[in-house]
Design a protein around this ligand. Sequence first.
Ligand code: SF4
Length: 217
Amino acid sequence: MAEPTAEERRNARVILNRLKKRYPDISTALEYADPWNLLVATVLSAQTTDANVNRVTPVLFERWPTPDDLAAANPEDVEQVVFSTGYYRQKTKSIIALAADLVERYDGVVPNDLDELVTLRGVGRKTASVVLAEAFGIPAIAVDTHVKRVSHRLRLTTESDPVKIEFDLRALYPERDWEGVSMRLIQFGREVCDARKPLCVGCPLADRCPYPDKTGA
Ligand code: SF4
């Protein structure tokens, strides 16, 4: 997207203000004590619910509290603990490799920089943005499937590549709003603007939404 026009910024602000009304306080439902915990919880949250992850992480971190501990863990033992989050073999491999990488290159300390976070094994831009915004309070926009779909339907972007969407949203909103933008779009996508059956009748953004396939229209 080229530099947004004043009208595009105004429209984006109206949309965010309505979402703020609907979700005044919003943060990740993942439970964590520190950036390391959140990093692992976010990796485990792929293809499952945050509630499922929250049932597993206390056991995981009780047994292997630090990156050093997890890096040295027996994969079969870890698999048993993370089993209920699904894709347990792959997730076990990912979090052990991540722990080892963090120990080797960052002395076990999670970096608070997007460019460094994405160099860690198994950490993509979305995971890195969640950790930055939530655990460090550094402005970042995480683009997941909900953010992608909802921002498209609302024409906050016309891009399909997550990184380009992220930059479109960054350009539309001031930094202080970045974190709240993704968390609210995610929640709204889960509750209202569903992938297959969006609840367009009564949607608080219907008058701002050019999506051609609105339900009930
Ligand atoms: S009107 Fe429908 S498609 Fe548009 S934002 Fe609302 S729920 Fe989503």
